[in-house]
Design a protein around this ligand. Sequence first.
Ligand SMILES: C[S@@+](CC[C@H](N)C(=O)[O-])C[C@H]1O[C@@H](n2cnc3c(N)ncnc32)[C@H](O)[C@@H]1O
Length: 357
Amino acid sequence: MTRCELEILREHAGDIARFFPAPSALIEFGSGSSKKMRILLAAAPIIAAYVPVDISSQMLIQEAQELRRDYPRLAVLPVEADFTKPFALPAAATGMAHTGFFPGSTIGNFEPHEAGAFLRHAGRMLGRRAALIIGVDLVKDASILHAAYNDEAGLTAKFNLNLLARINRELDGDFDLEGFDHRALYNSARHRIEMHLVSKTRQHVRAAGRAFDFAAGETIHTENSYKYTLEHFTTLARGAGWTPVAVWTDSGKNFSVHALTFQTDDACSVRRRKEACGASVFPPGERCRSAHGRALRSRPVLNYKYDVAIELSAHADLRSRSLAPAIFRGCGLSAGCQHPDRRQRRLALVSAPPLGL
Ligand SMILES: C[S@@+](CC[C@H](N)C(=O)[O-])C[C@H]1O[C@@H](n2cnc3c(N)ncnc32)[C@H](O)[C@@H]1O
C-alpha cells in the first residue's frame, strides 16, 4: 500500500500540486513521519505553511524540528489534536487557503459512515476554496489483500500484537503475547480487511482492573481496513460536500490518490446530498426511480417519527445498502433509524434533522 501510494505521489506530485489554492497551508491529518508531505512540498512551492496534526506529541515535536532545519523558509506549525474532532488551526495559517492531506488510506480505518462524517468535518475545518488530497486503498483481488496483510516478514502480525503490548503497558494488563495469533481476512461482502487476534488456548486475562476470559479460537477484532472502488469513494466524498476533481492510481491499480475541492458548506445543499446517494428522497408513500433507475418506494418505518424513509429495491446491491446511511450521516442528516432486512434486501432511513422537502 505504502509503495503504491509513494509511486503515485512521486509520479504525479506536479499534477497534484496544480489543485492547491495559493498561498496554501498544507494540513496533514495524522502526519506521523511527514515523509509523503516532503514529496508534495518539492513539487509545490506555493505551500507557505505546513500544519502537521497528530495525536502523538513526541512524533510531532521531533518531525517539526527536522522540517524546520530542512525547509527554513517553510512555516511549520504543529498541532497536537485528535483529527476526528474539531480543533483550531494555528493563527498563522488562517489567512491562507487550506489544502488537506490525508494519505495512507487511514480513511479506510473508519466505518463508512464515520468516513463520510470525517470528510464533512474536514471540509468545515479547511473551509471555502479548500482542496483535499486523500489516499484510498482500492478493492482488489482477495488473494493480493490476503498476502499483504499476512506478510511473510510478520510485520502486520507484529503491528497487530503490539496492541496487547500497549494494553499491558498502558492499562496494566497481563496479556501473554505468545498466547495469541494474528489473523487477517478479507470480508468481501463488506469490502474490508478484518484484523483479529486469535486466542490459542482457553485463558484468563486482566486489564484495566477487569477480567476477561477467552475460549480457544475466540478472537479480538482489532481493526478494519475498508477498501473502496473509485466510484464508491467519489460518491462518499460528494455526499460530504466535496467535488472530486482528479484521481491517480498506481500502475497496478491497487491504490488511488484523489484530489477533492470544497466550495462552501452551504454548497452541500440538500439537493446535492440527495443526488449523491444516487437515490431520490421523497415523502412516505411516494414512488419514484433512483438516479440509477432503481425502483424506490418510501414507507412508514416501525413506529418511529420520521421525515423521510427510503426503501431500496430488491435490485439494490449490498454496497449501496451499506453506503447509503454512511452518506446520510456524512452529510449531517443522520440516519436516525436503519431498518435493514437482509432477506428482503430493504433499507429504510430516517432523516433528522428534517430535509425540508
Ligand atoms: C499510519 S501513520 C500515517 C503517517 C503519514 N500520514 C503517512 O501516511 O505516512 C498514522 C498517524 O496518524 C496518527 N493518528 C492516528 N489517529 C489519530 C487521530 N485520531 N488524531 C490525530 N492523529 C492520529 C498516528 O499517531 C500516526 O502518526
